[in-house]
Structure formats: structure tokens, C-alpha cells
Design a protein around this ligand. Structure first.
Ligand code: MN
Length: 287
């Protein structure tokens, strides 16, 4: 017998821009880590109109330690390079799962060809926390193209893509350091379905576009997020019209969090060490 997860809270997004090329909103922040752990942050950049430019805009060289950054491109194209020697291009439908762990320096930009042409850019960046035992392990980089991502046809109107975790009957592509579910839901019209997640998981839903009804009760419009109680193992989603949404969850990491900008550790001393290590060049440089 399944047990419905109750909605815990609904969150409004607030305007947020990053660097000189990513304009959008922040929907989940570390202030609500308790509700979304292991997820720390969700920024939705776009949909925005990028004006043609020979010099790609975005975010210049900056560090991370103790977390993963996950980038999901829905429209447009991004390019990435980092101090571990990874270079990548993310096109529509592709994702990047970067485990900064002990430290990485990277830049995130509009892809050169896309920048020159201009067009619509629409993507999400999530940050996940790492369990303390993995925070100082070497960085790991997973670039996953759209064709490598399993899709589940739930009904005539609904498709789910599973990026990570065992969900909707398939296993997501990304390797994770703690149990995580990350999936995208797209409907082309009216639908109603139930989704199961393991008992005890944190779970959240973010509406990218359209209006989604959760547990036959709360209507969430675009830009809103909801969290669920850990108790229970099922949610109900329904809609009258096309929607695009993200489902994010996992086993909560029950450890202290001390966050300072791009560094998320367990103690103040570890944050001071991260700043010192970055300043001394221990997280590397871009070529
Ligand atoms: Mn970054």
C-alpha cells in the first residue's frame, strides 16, 4: 500500500543573475537545505534572448569545493572548461554533472557558435552537497549527451527523462556519491499519474513551464517549487495543459553545512582552508 508524501512547503523564486550572460531566477537556496538535501541550490537561467556576440558571455574563472554542479540545457548551448583539463559543449537536452569535490576552477559560457548566432538560452544549474567523506576526493566530470539519457513514456502525453537514480522503472545515467533522483517531466497535454520514490527521501518539484497540480491539491505555476515531507513514498502529479518540470530528491545528508560562496564544507576551519587553498592555486588554473 503506497503512502502519499504530503506537501511540506511552496517556494517562490527570486530574480537572480550570474556573470554577464546568465539571467534568471533562484528557486531553491541553501536556506532550505533541510527540505531538499542533498540539493543545495536550483538556479533557472532563461528562457532568455541572447544577442549575437563574437565574445561568449557567461561566468569567468571561479572555484568550487565540497559540492557538485549539475547543468541541464533545455535550449541554446553552453561551453565549459576547467582546471582538471575537461572541456565540453552542452547542446539542447545534454547535461553536465561536475563533482568539484576537493576543488576545481572552471568557466561557464555561451557556446561560441551559439553566441555568434544568438538565440534563446534556457537551462538549469543545480548544486548538490557531497557527503563529508567525499568532499576532499579528486574531482569527477560526467558529460552526458541527450542520447545517453533514458526516457520513459508514461502515457500518450507524458515523457520522463531520468538523469540520476532509479526512478519510473529505469536507472539514470549519472553516477552519484549519495542516493539521488533527478528527472525531467514533460507533458504535451492533459494527464494524471502517480510516481513512487523511496520512503524517507527528501523530494522537491520545480515547474519550468506551465501549471502543474500536485497531490490533486496545489497548483504550481512556472517558477514555483514545492518540497514534500520525508514520510511517504508516492506523489500525484496532474495537469490540464503542457508542462515542463523537474523532480529532485534523495537521501538527506545529515551533516553540518558551512557554506561560503562556491565552497560548501562541514566546518568553518574547512572553509578557511578552502579559501587559502584556492588563493595558493591548489585548485589549479585554466590554461
Ligand atoms: Mn561554477
Amino acid at each position: 500500500m503506497n503512502h502519499l508524501k504530503k506537501i511540506k512547503r511552496i517556494y517562490n523564486s527570486r530574480p537572480q543573475s550570474v556573470g554577464d550572460g546568465f539571467v534568471g531566477k533562484n528557486a531553491i537556496s541553501a536556506n532550505h537545505y533541510e527540505d531538499f538535501s542533498p540539493f543545495l541550490m536550483l538556479d533557472h537561467h532563461g528562457p532568455m534572448q541572447v544577442k549575437p556576440s563574437d565574445v561568449p558571455k557567461g561566468v569567468d574563472e571561479h572555484p568550487h569545493r565540497g559540492i557538485e554542479t549539475i547543468t541541464l540545457v533545455f535550449e541554446g548551448a553552453l561551453q565549459h572548461r576547467d582546471s582538471a583539463g575537461n572541456k565540453g559543449t552542452l547542446l539542447e537536452g545534454d547535461i553536465q554533472w561536475m563533482s568539484a569535490a576537493s576543488g576545481i576552477v572552471h568557466e561557464e559560457k555561451h557556446e561560441l557558435g551559439f553566441s555568434k548566432r544568438g538565440g534563446i538560452l534556457n537551462f538549469i544549474q543545480l548544486w548538490t552537497n557531497l557527503p563529508s567523506r567525499y568532499k576532499m576526493t579528486p574531482p569527477r566530470y560526467q558529460e552526458i549527451s541527450a542520447s545517453q539519457i533514458p526516457q520513459v513514456k508514461m502515457s500518450e502525453n507524458t515523457n520522463i527523462r531520468v538523469f540520476a537514480g532509479d526512478f519510473a522503472g529505469v536507472s539514470g545515467t549519472a553516477k552519484t556519491y549519495s542516493p539521488i533522483i533527478l528527472a525531467e517531466i514533460k507533458t504535451t497535454g492533459k494527464d494524471y499519474f502517480r510516481l513512487s520514490v523511496p520512503q524517507g527521501y527528501n523530494l522537491g518539484v520545480y515547474v519550468i513551464d506551465g501549471t502543474l497540480t500536485v497531490n490533486e491539491q496545489s497548483k504550481l505555476s512556472a517558477g514555483l517549487a514545492a518540497s514534500f515531507e520525508r514520510e511517504g513514498d508516492e506523489i500525484i502529479l496532474s495537469t490540464e495543459s503542457p508542462i515542463h518540470a523537474l523532480l529532485l530528491g534523495g537521501e538527506p545528508i545529515q551533516e553540518p553545512v558551512v557554506a561560503y560562496g562556491p565552497f560548501v564544507m562541514n566546518t568553518q576551519a574547512e572553509i578557511r582552508q578552502a579559501i587559502a587553498d584556492y588563493q595558493m592555486g591548489k585548485m589549479g588554473h585554466l590554461d
